[in-house]
Design a binder for this molecule. Sequence first.
Ligand code: MN
Length: 459
Amino acid sequence: MFDRTSRSSCEEQQSLRNYVGSLPTEDIIRISDPIDIDHVPTALVLELESRRRTPVVLIDRPIGFETPIVTNLFASRDRIARMVGAEPGGFNEVWAKALANLLPARIVDHGAVQEVVRIGAEVDAATLPISRHFEKDAGRYIGSGILVCKDPDTGTRNLSYQRLQLKGPNKFGASLHSRGHIWEHLQRCEARGRNLEVAIVIGVHPAINIAAAAKVAMEIDEFEIAGALLGQPIELVKCKTIDVEVPAQAEIVIEGEILAGEHEDEGPYGEYTGYSTFRSTKNVFVVKAITHRATPIFHDIIPGYSMEHLLLGRAAKEAHTFMRLKEMVPGLKALNFPKSGTHFHAYMSFKKTAEGQVRHALMLLLGLDSYLKLVVAVDEDVNVFNEEEVLWALATRFQADTDMFMVPDVFCNRLDPSSRDGMSAKLALDATAPLNSDAERATVPPEAAAWARSFLDRH
Ligand code: MN
């Protein structure tokens, strides 16, 4: 069972269990009755979301499995900020600081993740509580696994997420379809007729999950970002069967290889766009060993168009895009990739000091992220995290004949079902008021607003 009472030793600071143990009770929903893990946890998280609730979900007794599950960790923007030691709203700053102060990982001799080691014929991945999430999914999928591999030329580690379809006791189908660094590594291994060694890490301190979701330069080992975020080097142990290192305090590690030149059908799978997709690089991952703690916890991330999937995917992306845009546009105040846009829309606010600045900023933003297809600029008095306010700015500060531009046929993300041949039209809307505008917002005095807030905090 999931024990939240017996921890807090300093050597557990990089563990999932220590993090979950630190959460306030009101931030957790715990299910102690046995439940079916096919579709039910996904349905629960989606229903919580429709009720605007974001608790972490603990499942003590998944029917048919011995390992408890934790999910929905990343459903709240404020919780994500606190995971990296930031105040709500302070994530971007902490991220920028971490990137400027990378902290290399430290190799240690022993790790709790190797309390139990199963190798070769002893391996059965099907005993892990891997859920079926959406109705059309091809099977049981791991979406929370951090794939750790090494650049075959430089040895630099890479962390990323790739969907993994359980296909047998020692086999998964994988899609490397973002064509990120792991895909690059595999290309170079295949050219030499070699498999790519990969460790799949499940259940770590969520700061490591956040770093693993970042798209940073190939030269950067994402464990160094995680170390900087946590303010201590991430402790790694060597895997038992491959030349890869993994977090010593992880819950579960699956060691194995992506096979060179082997392809098999994989998918469909419910993707972040909200659609079930067959697009896949159709790779094959073969398990060599599974190691885990004596009583592990399985971490699941509800995939598809769920708040946690989208927020985890873009926490680092928003911060990274914000930093780069801010270098060119000093008046930038805030940037939001709203959930409704999956990863295709962004809203930014800033203080403009000259006409024409907005168009410059809109062009930059579209260029910084190839997934984007709609960008909207608003003044600093508009909260970009409140879509109603953004739409209000469009209603009152925007005219379609003068305040927008469109760029046709630009490279985009192919998972957008409306894209054509990997290309999309990019639309930019300027919903800022002209500098000489005499339209004034109807507001209440700040003292009155403060009184109202404190009155309602008490009633
Ligand atoms: Mn990388």
